[in-house]
Write a protein that binds this ligand. Structure first.
Ligand code: HEM
Length: 143
């Protein structure tokens, strides 16, 4: 069971990273009508997989090989959680931007400028920076 949960945790984290990088690259290339559609789809999948990461992580906390009491009193584990929460907060502005861009595109056919999409990409850049640190805490928290 522990091994299965570990595989599941790794896989959903890899997908999360792939969607995050995908959004970042699309924004850096500039948003077109097609890529706006793709961005919204990828962002939905990103949210879905972010939820799966939480589920897989909680399963490891409660049904993993290490007793859950070890995690509750582990400050490195809580550091990892804090970084993940920070990623969640930083993911909100891009989602709001995509919704707004979609609305203006449907209303009057306008797309965000390169400057606007680059500004939005900063939020993703910050998340990419944070996600790189999470595995460090994931390894250190095991002692
Ligand atoms: C709410 C979110 C999360 C929770 C509750 C959680 C929980 C856990 C737990 C309890 C373990 C250790 C399980 C064990 O060894 O028995 C673990 C391992 C790990 N987690 Fe997470 N995790 C979360 C998010 C993430 C994220 C976002 C990443 C990566 C970006 C990540 C990467 C890892 C890695 C690489 C390990 C394996 C470390 C090793 O086996 O040496 N986790 N996680």
């Amino acid at each position: 069971m522990g091994q299965f949960l570990a595989i599941f945790h790794y896989l959903v984290v890899f997908f999360l990273f792939a969607f995050l990088l995908g959004e970042f690259l699309i924004l850096r290339l500039g948003v077109t009508a097609q890529s706006l559609k793709l961005l919204r789809r990828i962002d939905f999948l990103y949210g879905f997989f972010a939820g799966l990461v939480i589920v897989s992580g909680l399963l490891r906390v409660f049904w993993g090989e290490i007793p859950s009491s070890f995690w509750f009193t582990n400050y490195l584990f809580w550091m990892k959680m804090a970084l993940y929460v920070a990623m969640g907060v930083l993911s909100l502005p891009p989602t709001m931007d995509y919704l707004q861009w979609h609305r203006s595109f449907r209303k009057n056919g306008t797309l965000p400028s390169q400057t606007e999409s680059r500004r939005t990409s900063i939020w993703l850049h910050a998340q990419l920076g944070i996600i790189g640190f999470i595995p460090v805490f994931a390894v250190l928290m095991k002692g």
